[in-house]
Ligand binder design. Structure first.
Ligand code: JJW
Length: 447
């Protein structure tokens, strides 16, 4: 028998995002976002799904909060829909939007659950996309204004803030791969956006300090790990290019004030350059209070010419895959966390997302998602090992509280520890919910 024990001040939570759960897409003055446009464009989302209703959490948040309370979590990570606050992205504020989040945050606090608020989890106001979106520096300005509104409005009530969720997805997946809204396929555009996102992040942190906002602010890049197929230098370098892009590109500027030079050169060979203006790197390099890490999967990589952006091919190694096709690779979680700490020092880290897609359905009232439990056991073990090694882990947010709208995969991919029936919107606790409840309450689990 092995006991996996966590530090006594470890915080346990769950995570969601506005467009993925709220629904009420056209209510109370909410403006359109790029995900409304994208999901209503035929062929973009599996089965033509969209977030018009989603989990209807906009109306059912009290039920959701009861599920959280019974689970015993002390923190909940959610995101605010920018177009609910500023239907046109900037200018006039929609009081109903603020009112909704006040009611929601009050309800969390009344139930003893601390809110962690993500300001940007992908639902850019469509009005800002119409003037170029994140490729236009005016969007950076609009974002800082929106953030300022939120800091002032919720000062003292929300004490944990995240500027951006998964900048790699916002830039390269949405604007180079084209799999997410707005669905562009342009490497220069994606690179411009990656830089503007970092500037937006840094200026928002500056604004947070300037206003003397209570609490802490961080940032939540997604990570992955690439393990070289062999120790051949070419394989090692190819894998490090992937890591340099997925991890360092979005963290080196924040912690060190510069981009990884090898990738700057790599992109330059492809005719792509960063749109750095005077003062940008200073704006980006703001001390943050914590780093959020999202981790789901790792890969084995091998050098192959003209493959992907970085001449690295993914090698099929027969690892188990979740139902979204991502390899289960808990060592990658350990490696990413060690790597980040080694590179940037002992920064406080929240695991802002970790979890697994398994599509188990209810059978006579129960959802037996044993594979999700196994995934969580493996990843929490890796987390425990890294904590033992001295990495400064403050908390863990399981993605996700509920099954929800999984972006381009629509409702076909389920990440929740609570099952949602999308016809009736009935919530049903899965076996993993009960398993996680024990972890949260005991602060340990056993094999
Ligand atoms: C990459 C698609 C080909 C979410 C990607 C698609 C095609 C090279 C889960 N994290 O729902 C990454 N998630 O909202 C945030 N993380 O490429 C939260 N990463 O690529 C979860 C999807 C993702 C992705 C999805």
């Amino acid at each position: 028998m092995t006991i996996i024990q966590f530090p006594k001040d470890m915080k346990w939570g769950t995570a969601t995002a506005s467009y993925q759960i709220e629904g009420a897409a056209f209510e109370d003055g909410r403006g359109l976002s790029i995900w409304d446009t994208f999901s209503h464009t035929p062929g973009k989302v599996v089965n033509g799904d969209n977030g018009d209703v989603a989990c209807d959490s906009y109306h059912r948040y009290e039920e959701d909060i009861q599920l959280m309370k019974e689970l015993g979590i002390s923190v909940y990570r959610f995101s605010v829909a920018w177009p609910r606050i500023f239907p046109n992205g900037k200018g006039e504020i929609n009081p109903k939007g603020l009112e909704f989040y006040h009611k929601f945050v009050n309800a969390l606090l009344e139930n003893g659950i601390e809110p962690m608020c993500t300001l940007y989890h992908w639902d850019l106001p469509q009005a800002l996309q119409d003037t170029g979106g994140w490729a236009n520096r005016d969007t950076v300005k609009a974002f800082v204004e929106y953030a300022e509104t939120m800091f002032k409005e919720f000062n003292g009530k929300i004490k944990k803030w995240i500027t951006l969720n998964e900048p790699l997805c916002i830039s390269y997946i949405a604007n180079y791969v084209g799999a997410h809204a707005p669905g562009n396929k342009d490497l220069q555009l994606a690179t411009d956006i990656s830089h503007h996102l970092l500037v937006a992040h840094g200026r928002t942190v500056q604004k947070f300090r300037e206003l003397g906002t209570k609490g802490e602010i961080g940032y939540a890049p997604n990570t992955t790990w690439f393990e070289p197929f062999s120790n051949r230098l070419e394989d090692v370098e190819a894998c490090y290019r992937e890591i340099d892009h997925q991890v360092r590109w979005f963290m080196d500027p924040v912690f060190i004030g510069e981009y990884p030079q090898n990738l700057v050169d790599w992109f330059k060979e492809k005719g792509v350059e960063l749109p750095i203006e005077k003062g940008d790197m200073d704006s980006i390099q703001q001390p943050i209070d914590f780093l959020g890490i999202n981790y789901y999967a790792g890969q084995i990589g091998r050098y192959k010419e003209n493959t992907g952006l970085f001449d690295c091919e993914i090698v099929e190694m027969g690892y188990d895959r979740t139902d979204i096709g991502w390899p289960v690779y808990p060592d990658g979680f350990y490696n990413v966390l060690s790597y980040v700490t080694e590179r940037y020092g002992n920064v406080p880290i929240y695991i802002t997302e970790n979890g697994a897609c398994y599509n188990d359905e209810p059978v006579s009232g129960t959802v037996k998602d044993a594979k999700r439990i196994k995934y969580l056991q493996q990843h929490l073990t890796a987390l425990s090992r890294v904590i033992e090694s001295g990495v400064n882990i403050k908390g863990y947010f399981l993605w996700s509280m509920l099954d929800n709208f999984e972006w381009a995969e629509g409702f076909s991919k389920r990440f929740g520890i609570v099952h949602v029936d999308y016809n009736t919107l009935v919530r049903r606790k899965k076996d993993s919910y009960y398993w996680y409840k024990k972890v949260v309450n005991n602060n340990w689990f056993e094999y």
